[in-house]
Design a protein around this ligand. Structure first.
Ligand SMILES: C[S@@+](CC[C@H](N)C(=O)[O-])C[C@H]1O[C@@H](n2cnc3c(N)ncnc32)[C@H](O)[C@@H]1O
Length: 221
């Protein structure tokens, strides 16, 4: 199987556990894996006025692999810099680290329907860090008015911050690409990007978003 090449991005459709051993080493791995929590954006229920919670999201509404515990072991030693999101859900299977990253998704001190924050384990030197960036349905500190294209889509700004925390690497690998959010941040930062996604629908979305981001970078270069 061959990857799709878009500028300095290499995008693979398939299972990261099969593809990873065939890839060259990179400076950093930033992963947003299935956390193993059986996430569903609608929670199987209805939102306000009886409508599905994320009615504009038309793709696959569950995360592949999220129905079983996530095993971080294959990713811990994979690169000099590693950031693993959702790590509070599988912390007992990780080495100790002083440098956890916290994404505070709230407005001020309000409490959200879902978790108030997300947590990433890292092997980075230094201390724990917080990124404050509202991300609650339509109330968003960035990308406002843009439709959600993945059930657990992260802000591009969060991934830009992660690249900075990892010391602005020249190359980054994303084994659980989803809609390609890290690929967009990498395109904007001029960082070579390798992404892997198992779901064909999300893979197509990622290709499209990363191609658009690369085009915009060329236009403003
Ligand atoms: C939490 S989501 C990532 C969302 C992404 N950060 C975004 O902003 O769109 C995890 C993704 O990993 C994919 N996935 C699950 N198991 C995989 C595997 N073994 N190999 C590659 N991708 C996988 C899922 O289909 C899902 O799109």
């Amino acid at each position: 199987m061959n990857p799709v090449i878009i500028g300095n991005a290499e995008l693979w459709l398939g299972d990261c556990l099969e593809i990873l051993p065939t890839l060259p080493k990179v400076d950093a791995v930033i992963a947003d894996p299935p956390y193993g929590i059986g996430y569903s954006p609608s929670g199987g229920g209805k939102g306000a006025f009886g409508k599905p919670v994320y009615k504009r999201f038309t793709g696959v509404d569950v995360v592949r692999g999220d129905d079983k515990p996530f095993d971080p072991e294959p990713f811990i030693l994979i690169a000099p810099k590693v950031i693993l999101w959702g790590a509070n859900h599988y912390a007992p299977r990780l080495p100790a680290s002083a440098c956890w990253l916290i994404w505070d998704k709230r407005e001020a001190e309000s409490t959200l329907k879902f978790a108030d924050c997300e947590m990433a384990w890292t092997n980075l030197p230094g201390q724990a860090r917080i990124f404050r960036h509202l991300w609650n349905g339509v109330a968003k500190a960035s990308e406002s008015g843009e439709p959600r294209v993945h059930p657990t889509q992260k802000p591009i700004a969060l991934m830009t911050w992660c690249l900075k925390q990892a010391g602005n690497p020249a190359s980054v690998l994303d084994p659980f690409m989803g809609s390609g959010t890290l690929g967009i941040a990498a395109a904007q930062a001029g960082c070579a990007y390798t992404g892997i996604e198992i779901d064909a629908h999300h893979f197509e979305t990622a290709c499209e978003r990363i191609e658009n981001a690369q085009r915009q970078q060329r236009m403003f270069a």
